[in-house]
Design a protein around this ligand. Sequence first.
Ligand code: URA
Length: 189
Amino acid sequence: MSKADLLNSLYKDIAASKVCNELALQSSGLVPGSGNLDADIVIVGEAPGKAEDAEGKPFVGASGKFLDMMLESAGIARANIYITNIVKYRPPSNRDPSKFEKAEFWPYLLRELEIIQPKFIITLGRHSGMCFLPDLVIGRDHGQPKEVLLNERSYVLIPLYHPAAALYNGNMRQTLIDDFMFTAKLLAQ
Ligand code: URA
């Protein structure tokens, strides 16, 4: 089966298993991962917001525009990466995804990563980062690569701040831009 077919069957399984059914019913539908299926880099966000829910694509709203700007200035083409979220339905009023919702989606995120087979995983925000590194302290660990082993496959994980948090906070914004620059250098090695 091709990667596209495997992803389609993954999304069918999410619907058939009624993963986070309450969220599903309150949202416009599942927002699947999007991008290059052969990417070396997968970016993992938290959950779709209003714009993502409306368009059915991750990171197309304000945080997505900021993410695009950072990717461009770091010389990373969005066409070369794959972007997804842990929780794939929009939480009402853009609240944080709950522990339960993240746990429900976690096995599907692992399957998604196994299909794409990236070398690097960039997590955005502590919700996403802590799914991979439960002891993560984002203020301490942001921008520092860590090797993680998931289902016997090893990835280099780089936890970063979430663009939505950094968008209107000058210091965090600059830190995230700097972390993206550093990450791009690491990826180029
Ligand atoms: N924030 C996220 O974490 N994911 C999106 O897709 C959009 C905003």
